[in-house]
Design a binder for this molecule. Structure first.
Ligand code: ADP
Length: 576
């Protein structure tokens, strides 16, 4: 059972009041009784003293009969029992009993004291009258000699009657005090618990989300200060909550109005937040709280989420969901261990891109045959025309060759850019592959008087790749090195490092200025247009190289100093 604070305080007070009252009663009874007995003792002693001279006379005269009747008369008038005892303890006279029948009193404690010359007193049960009595005895002396003892005694019943009436009064007073104290305790407990109750009520209302609460307390005490602080706190919380809900509302509006799909996942893959656009993508409403794979089951998306979680970095990837193409940008919020995904629909863009690509491929295919024909006819024509016209024929031939190269490169690039391109993967020995490519260019190198160095690490591990594409990659790199180097050397090195094969094609050619380095892998990007054209360049070679490297999950890096040379470094993972 839940005990209220009021109950606890009030019962506490009741216990305190009752224990104090009982202690008070106990001690007051005891001390009143002691007081009364002391008073009686004094009275009895006074009575004894007042009769001392008369008794002395009787004792001196040895008039025991007279003494006896005097004692009896006095006992009656004083309402006490009077006994006279000689120094040996023999009872000479008694106001109530026959002295001759009474035993020797010398051993009674009060008599013993009196026999020693002191006032003696004792409270005990009387064997003679069979009642509790209070005795006071004083010595009677002739000069210094003790001639007898006067003992005055009283039945305690009389004190009991007196004490009972006092007790009754005290009990009544105590009951009234207890009653008043209880009323006081009740009022005090209530005055203490009522404001606490108000504080509790107010805080439980706040806990339930009701911030329109104000606590009013009458007494300006500590609880009042607490109530004031609570009022301030509630007020501030209300403002804060209002601001927060306004902000949340604004954020919700912004999120729902975003055209891109938005999805926030916790570390277990549970959906914390999503917007309208995402719900449209997956085709479900009320998806918050569900696991993402219950809503959208897609292996590509699953892999992307797992990768982001594992690497704890953002990843941007193109994925296909339910027949539509999206650019999915997944970011990792390390502070909250959450993943935020945005989905940009690029289906239309993809369509247009495909049309463009198809167009390029179709045009390239269509151009290839007539261009090859033109080249053949121009070569034949060149043999039959005079010297002057041969120059023109040669120019046409050079441009035709360039066009053929562009068409070839465009077709190669389109093929590589195809998202579903399939590599003919096998274990490839790069050293062997490179040696074959080098033989193609031996003559050209000789003609340009260039030095060619090829270094390969012994026992170079094989890599998993498409040998045809890798050959294309080497051809482009070596062709460029020869094209853009007029003197010096071309050095090709192959070595393995940390489960990777590293290929470097280094030349001492014209080099590439810093500002072009990041752009040379773009399609049709050429540094020096006239030079590239003169050398039959298309601006597509490095694009093809980069595509092949990425398809093999490798990496390409370029370093160059104009006038000193260029170095292309490609790393490809070793097959495991
Ligand atoms: P291109 O067919 O014009 O050579 P690439 O895509 O192969 O086209 O190269 C792009 C540009 O990068 C070239 O125009 C050239 O300026 C520069 N380039 C490529 N390789 C080298 C190299 N080894 N030395 C200097 N410049 C180079």
């Amino acid at each position: 059972m839940k005990r209220t604070l009021f109950f606890k305080i009030f019962t506490g007070y009741i216990l305190i009041i009752l224990s104090i009252s009982s202690l008070f009663l106990l001690f007051s009874f005891k001390s009143i009784r002691e007081n009364q007995i002391n008073l009686l003792k004094d009275n009895l002693e006074n009575i004894a003293l007042s009769m001392e001279s008369r008794i002395y006379q009787f004792l001196k005269d040895k008039n025991f009969d007279g003494l006896n009747s005097f004692v009896k008369g006095l006992g009656e008038t004083t309402g006490t029992r009077i006994t006279i005892i000689d120094p040996e303890g023999v009872v000479l006279a008694d106001s109530e009993e026959n002295p001759e029948l009474m035993e020797n009193h010398a051993t009674r404690p009060e008599i013993l004291n009196a026999l020693y010359g002191r006032t003696g007193s004792s409270l005990r049960y009387s064997a003679t009258v069979k009642k509790e009595m209070l005795y006071v005895a004083i010595p009677v002396r002739e000069e210094v000699e003790l001639i007898g003892v006067i003992r005055v005694s009283l039945f305690l019943e009389q004190i009991k009657i007196l004490l009972n009436s006092i007790r009754r009064d005290i009990i009544w007073v105590t009951i009234i005090i207890i009653f008043l104290s209880l009323i006081g305790a009740f009022l005090f407990s209530r005055s203490l618990t009522v404001p606490i109750k108000e504080l509790v009520n107010a805080s439980s209302k706040v806990a339930d989300g009701n911030y329109d609460v104000k606590i009013y307390l009458k007494n300006k005490d500590e609880l009042w200060s607490l109530a004031e602080s609570l009022n301030n706190m509630i007020e501030r919380t209300k403002v804060l909550i209002t601001n927060l809900s306004e902000q949340k509302e604004a954020l919700d509006t912004i999120i729902s109005s975003i055209h891109e799909g938005l999805l926030v996942l916790d570390k277990k893959g549970k959906i914390l937040l999503s917007n309208k656009s995402f719900k449209k993508i997956c085709g479900f409403e009320n998806i918050e709280g569900k696991l993402y794979w219950e809503v959208i089951r897609d292996p590509e998306l699953g892999e992307l989420i797992r990768d982001v979680e594992k690497e704890r970095t953002g990843i941007i990837k193109e994925i296909e969901l339910l027949g539509k193409n999206y650019i999915c940008n997944a970011s990792y919020l390390s502070k909250y261990e959450e993943i935020v995904l945005t989905f940009i629909n690029i289906t239309e863009m993809k369509g247009v891109e495909k049309i463009k690509k198809d167009f390029v491929v179709n045009v390239s295919h269509e151009l290839r045959t007539p261009l090859t024909a033109i080249k053949g006819f121009m070569e034949t024509l060149g043999e039959s025309v005079d010297k002057k016209n041969r120059r023109y024929v040669e120019i046409v031939l050079r441009h035709t060759e360039r066009l053929i190269n562009i068409v070839k490169d465009l077709l190669a690039l389109s093929e590589l850019e195809e998202s579903r391109i399939k590599l003919e993967v096998e274990n490839v020995n790069l050293e062997k592959l490179l040696k074959n490519v080098i033989t193609i260019y031996e003559n050209e190198i000789k003609n340009k008087k260039l030095k060619f160095v090829f270094e390969s690490e012994k026992k170079l591990p094989a890599i998993k790749g498409d040998s045809y594409r890798l050959e294309q990659m080497f051809i482009n790199l070596i062709e460029n090195a020869i094209k853009y180097t007029d003197k010096g050397e071309i050095r090709v090195t192959l070595k393995s490092e940390n489960k990777e094969v590293k290929l470097e094609v280094k030349d001492t050619g014209v080099g590439i200025a810093e500002e072009h380095l990041t752009r040379i892998f773009e399609r049709f990007y050429v540094v020096d247009k006239s030079r590239s054209r003169k050398l039959g360049g298309t601006g597509l070679g490095l694009s093809i190289v980069k595509h092949i490297v990425l398809l093999h999950k490798g990496n390409i890096d370029v370093k160059s100093t104009p006038g000193e040379g260029t170095s292309f470094v490609i790393t490809l993972p070793v097959s495991t």
